[in-house]
Design a protein around this ligand. Sequence first.
Ligand SMILES: [Cu+2]
Length: 208
Amino acid sequence: MRQMSSIGAAFSVAAIAALVLLVATPAYAHNYLVESNPTEGQTLTELPSEFSVTTNDTLLDLAGDGGGGFAIQVTNDAGQYFGDGCFTIVDQTLSTGASLGEAGDYLMRWQLVSSDGHTVSGEVGFDWQPDTGQEVSEGLDAPPACGGGTLDKVAPADSDKTSEAGDAAGASSFDAATVVLIAAAVALVLVAAVAIFIISAKRTKNER
Ligand SMILES: [Cu+2]
C-alpha cells in the first residue's frame, strides 16, 4: 500500500504541475494579427483613410505616443515609401495616415509591441489600382517622419521572416518561453510515467 500512495503522489504532483504550466502558458503568447487594412492580397481601388493592423490583444504602448517599437511602412515595388509617418494606437489597433502612388504592387510592413512586451512584426502585400479621381502621391526615398520630412533610412527588419512564413495572419503566436514551458510540462509527465513504471515493476518483483 505504501507503493500505491507513492505512485499516486508522483502522478498528482506531475499532473498538477503540468496543468499549472499549461494554464499559465497563454500569458506568454505574442499578440497575433486578426485584421488589417488593406488585407493580404487585396486590390484597393480607393485610398483608405488609414492603413491599420489589429491584433488579438491590447498593444503595449508604455510611452502613450505610439513611439518606440510601433511602425507601419508602406512601400511600392521601387522601394519608395508612402503614408504620413504618424502612428495611432487604440486598444488593439495600430494605424497610420494613408497615401499611395502609381498603380502597382505594394507592401505594408508592420511592427508592434505585444501586451507581453515582445515585439512582433509581419507584412501584408496588396495591389493598388486607383479609380479615376483618386489622389496619387509622390513616393519618398526614406520612411516618412510624422509632421513632414523623412526618417533616416533603416533596412527593413527581416529577422521575423520565419514567423510570417505559412501564416496567413502574418504573426507568430508562440515564442521561446511558451515552447520551453510546454516542453517542461511534457517532461514532467514523462518523469511521472517512468516513476510509476519503476515503482510498479518493483512492486511486482516484491510480490513474487
Ligand atoms: Cu511574447
